[in-house]
Design a protein around this ligand. Sequence first.
Ligand code: NAD
Length: 372
Amino acid sequence: MVEIETINRDQFEQIVYCSDPAVGLKSIIAIHDTTLGPATGGCRFFPYPSEEDALKDVLRLAKGMTYKSALSDVAFGGGKAVIIGDPQKIKTKALLQRFAQFVNTLNGHYITAKDVGISGEDLRVMSEVTQHILGIEGKADSSGDPSIATAFGMMRSFDALAKEILGKSSLKSLTFAIQGVGSVGHYLAENLGELGANVIITDIDQNNIRAVQHKISNIQVVNPNDIYGIQCDFFVPCALGGILNQETIPRLKCGIVAGSANNQLATLQDGFRLSERSIFYAPDYVVNAGGIINIAEERLGYDRKRAFEHVGRIYNTVVEIIRRAKNAHKAPFLIADQMAEEILEQAKKKNTKMQPLRNLHKISHQNHLNPL
Ligand code: NAD
């Protein structure tokens, strides 16, 4: 696993370890900040090599969710959960529902949703036990597949980046190299292909490559390791985190990096490495916020038109980050963090009613809940 930045655990309101050997559950729920609302973020089911790796991942992801929601103007705080283990081997209904029971113990301070390793059906199974869950597909008032909204927000981000950085009002003449054509990457390849852009894709799953080829003819496919060296306008990481690092950055031949994968920078230093190479890195949590914005609309009574209008406003946020970064001669990821922190500070000053959970439970170990 790629080394990631150390995160100060004191910045977190709660870090909850949840385990139940009877069902094989080992999980961590991290609540970073609830100033703007309940900590909301998906549950990732992944075979982490160690508990320490899982902790690093959940902390980094939870903090990212705070910033993502703040800049997206949704009334959510930041949180995330991880379940440690191979979902193909250990996932059972009992395990998922035990996890959901732990979510209940947080009394709505954490709201769970889908992430890597958790399917729509898994969410439905959890929803039999907890109401603190969003994004259940097929349910009345459901916001549906978040990947469509995420891809839409990404397309609006591409528009903003093309205009402000490349001086182009259309994506048609531009080249996009997409790493990973699963849910989000597939929609992007399809949308960009339909617009007439030049699209190059890679994936480790041949079925996903074929699915794109089936929709878009003349699409160029490269091996996973070759995607970094493709001459392109946009490098679009839609697979894994930590892929922008000291090994890959020198190989990039793009003007802009903008992708849906969370935590693309392996370390903060890599953000500066990109700036030194004059590559504009669009902060991942800004451009990939379409999914959370769409899900947030469920709490207002889901209206697709209103939800997509809200997602479309990612364009304005990206423009503001670009302009502030240019004016301040600062890396865009620093500007985005600064903007999110300003929003949180202002909310903390105004908000006298909502008391953050900070210092109530720094770290709680909850291993002794009643069985299902
Ligand atoms: P997905 O699992 O459907 O797709 C990921 C794809 O990447 C798969 O096709 C997989 O085979 C491929 N892949 C994995 N390793 C690879 C490698 N080394 N090289 C090339 N391809 C590789 O996931 P998704 O829902 O499309 O999300 C993509 C990324 O965006 C994830 O990091 C996710 O956390 C993030 N994200 C997704 C959403 C959403 O709405 N789905 C929202 C925000 C962020």
